[in-house]
Design a protein around this ligand. Structure first.
Ligand code: GDP
Ligand code: IMO
Ligand code: MG
Length: 424
């Protein structure tokens, strides 16, 4: 058996949570492989909306096991809050034995968040616009070989290890200014650590490979999107993990040849939250309309998302990096009513027309070259059959399939799990 992978092809918030939830009945396990509570994955069903930050989006499927993989960074306070909220709504994945956590996953400490905030405020105008969840500093400690891991919570000297790392952080923080008081947060952290210890810990590499050996199906759930990948995204305006398919191998402990289908998700247009380049951004009424109709406000931070037209050079790049075998287009309903929609096919850069992301994307502003595509007027949020899809929307999908050279398998026409069409 192979591990299928589902990931975002743009700058995050493509609708990964919703689609993982839709696909989860087909899988024995859903496994998050990178990122942390910077993610906000929204799911809707039975008139209820849930936002998950750390927990895989298979949690609402009765039969599915959910693994938080070693590549994820975990804030125990946020994880506890997520599970408390689920419990209030009648879901208790720990009691149901449907949630396990990798021993090798790294912990986000309260001081990681302080470091994130200090670094961002120091950068002023040029800041990344991070989610301030401590993601960057935690991955820095991981690669710097200083980090604390989930498995360390079982060790008798966990507190001493914690203190050693906090002392290092305090010394760095003192260079930024006065170290803020974090005693309250620290108390919540240790309370949450006790809670964390009640979640079964596993070696994700053995756990996942055993599933495969037994012929079980696994879907790896990505967070963020390809353009936020630390190596290939719009660096330095990226997150601190590999959001691409390769990240699923290191973030779960699976060999590259064990990867099966790669499902790439994109919005029918494009959004980004935080700083950094966004060639097709619309700083005008159309951009505002997309934000208003698409409710484009961050699921984690509530920040307004920047909106623009679909960017084909960026999507082709993401498809190449990830080895995408099938596509999902979400939020097609948001474009209903636009007379004309536009797809960026190329950029103009340095007097030349190019069809790839230039290296210096952050310093130059490539000018998008657009193709105009007729829009559709119909409200599509209630359609249940492929035959009901307006012709202009079908043409848009076919146009994208031709340009991207990958079939669009699913079309999402609203936030609810039921608002999903299988195309082919
Ligand atoms: P994720 O981070 O990729 O899981 O995406 P988010 O949850 O951050 O953002 C996607 C938003 O769009 C959420 O509010 C979803 O409920 C919503 N959504 C997902 N698919 C659709 C769709 O097809 N149409 C509309 N209108 N909303 C959608
Ligand atoms: P999901 O999984 C959209 C962005 C932040 C910032 C940059 C770095 O919901 O798609 P970080 O806190 O990771 O150091 O921030 O990355 N970012 C996201 N944008 N969706 C996300 O996750 C994101 N996670 C991080 O806004 O620009
Ligand atoms: Mg999100």
């Amino acid at each position: 058996m192979a591990v299928d992978v589902l990931l975002g092809l743009q700058w995050g918030d493509e609708g990964k949570g919703k689609i993982v939830d839709v696909l989860s009945p087909q899988y024995d396990m859903i496994a998050r492989f990178q990122g942390g509570p910077n993610a906000g994955h929204t799911l809707e069903f039975d008139n209820q909306k849930y936002v998950l930050n750390t927990i895989p989006s298979g949690i609402f499927n009765e039969k599915t096991m959910n693994l938080i993989g070693n590549g994820v960074v975990i804030d125990p306070i946020i994880l506890k809050r997520e599970l408390d909220n689920l419990k209030k709504n009648g879901f208790d994945p720990v009691a149901a034995k449907k949630l396990v956590i990798a021993r090798k996953a790294h912990l986000i400490l309260p001081t990681h968040q302080l470091l994130d905030a200090a670094s961002e405020s120091k950068m002023g105008e040029g800041k990344i616009g991070s989610t301030l969840k401590g993601i960057g500093p935690t991955y820095m400690d991981k690669t710097g070989r200083n980090g604390l891991r989930v498995g360390d919570t079982q060790l008798p000297d966990f507190k001493a290890k914690y203190q050693k790392l906090v002392d290092k952080h305090k010394s760095i923080l003192s260079h930024y200014g006065e170290v803020p008081d974090f005693s309250e947060k620290e108390a919540s952290f240790f309370e949450a650590i006790e809670f964390l210890k009640t979640i079964p810990q596993v070696d994700s590499e053995h756990f996942v490979n055993q599933y495969l050996k037994e012929g079980k199906t696994v879907l790896a759930e990505g967070a963020q999107g390809a353009m936020l990948d630390v190596d290939f995204g719009s660096y330095p305006f990226v997150t601190s993990s590999n959001t691409t398919t390769a990240g699923a191998c290191t973030g779960l402990g699976i060999a590259p040849q064990k990867i099966g289908s790669v499902v790439g998700i994109f919005k029918a247009y494009c959004t980004r939250v935080g700083g950094g380049p966004f060639p097709t951004e619309l700083n005008n009424e159309t951009g505002e309309e997309l934000r208003r109709i698409g409710h484009e406000f961050g699921a984690t931070t509530g920040r307004p998302r920047r909106c623009g037209w679909i960017d084909l050079p960026a999507l082709k790049y993401a498809i190449m990096l990830n080895g995408v075998t099938e596509l999902v287009m979400t939020k097609a309903d948001v474009l209903s009513g636009f007379e004309t929609i536009y797809a960026c096919t190329h950029y103009k850069h340095d007097g030349q027309v190019i069809d790839y992301m230039p290296y210096d994307i952050c310093t130059i502003k490539p000018e998008p070259v657009y193709e105009a595509i007729p829009g559709w007027k119909e409200d599509i949020t209630g359609i249940k059959e492929v035959s009901e899809i307006p012709e202009s929307l079908s043409s848009y999908v076919k146009y994208l399939e031709k340009a991207l050279e990958v079939p669009v398998r699913y079309l999402s026409v609203g936030p609810d799990r039921a608002q999903t069409l299988i195309l082919n």
